[in-house]
Design a protein around this ligand. Sequence first.
Ligand code: NI
Length: 317
Amino acid sequence: MSSVVSSASPQNRVTRMLLIVILIGAGGMALSLWWFEESPAVGAASREYVSKVSTPPLSVSRPVIELANSTPEPAVNEPVPEPTVSEPTAEQTVDEPAVEKEPAKKKTKKKRSESRPVDCEKTKCVALTFDDGPGKHTAKLLKTLHKEKVPATFFVIGRHIEDYPDALRTMSKQGHEVASHTWSHDDLRQLSTKQIDKELKATAKAIKKETGTAPKLVRPPYGAFDSHVQKTLKKRDESAIMWNVDTLDWQHKNVKRTVKTAAGATNGSIILMHDVQETTVDAVPRIIKKLRKQGYTFVTVSDLLGDVKPGEVYYQR
Ligand code: NI
């Protein structure tokens, strides 16, 4: 041993030392790479980080009303809290190509297609509509709809909005459609053009203040309209939405009857109810269950009807 050491020149010794250092370094790197890949904690965390970085910010680009544009069934799997919203269709379509180029495309693509709007040409659709709110029972109804991932349309009375501004924000956030039921719930046929305009303008302003979107759909109180009302709506670029299933919930205030009538809806129906009635709010879980059993998908009125013409009156799809 001593002879080997002594025979080595100083340069040889330095070279040998360098080789040893390089070998140790290479071995250490290999070891740490192996550990990085195999260790569940570090590997998972790092992989997650990588995937986070490379995944497009999906939730950010989502419109706020996811529900409205989701297929009811798939929508069930969608986390509503990151709502999207309302007329996101075009946006989503536009986003699609960019998403496909990203590494996380498989997962992203699936999620996207599930949240596409329902095609009521191919699917049995119904629209639940609630008039005269927001009121003291609206929050409970919103909880039910949120739990069931069912989008609905609320025809709100303008002067009620300031008492329940949170209800409107929740409606919008959870993908419901907020539409107009005028400011003071008067028979529009008895009003002048100027007065009708004032009723609708004030309501639209209050809705926009809370939801960010002015309504295009109006349900005339008592379903009362004439050509003069229609003309005024047309000028405002708004349409009248009636119904073809009347639960008469406000009259009988009977849960069973409300469920039975609503469950008798047919494809393309617009169902009239009132969220100011406690019995109606209590009936909704059973209505949802019964209609789902019949294969119906719940959509907002705008999703049910698609493009509507200003001044026109709609009763169903
Ligand atoms: Ni009403």
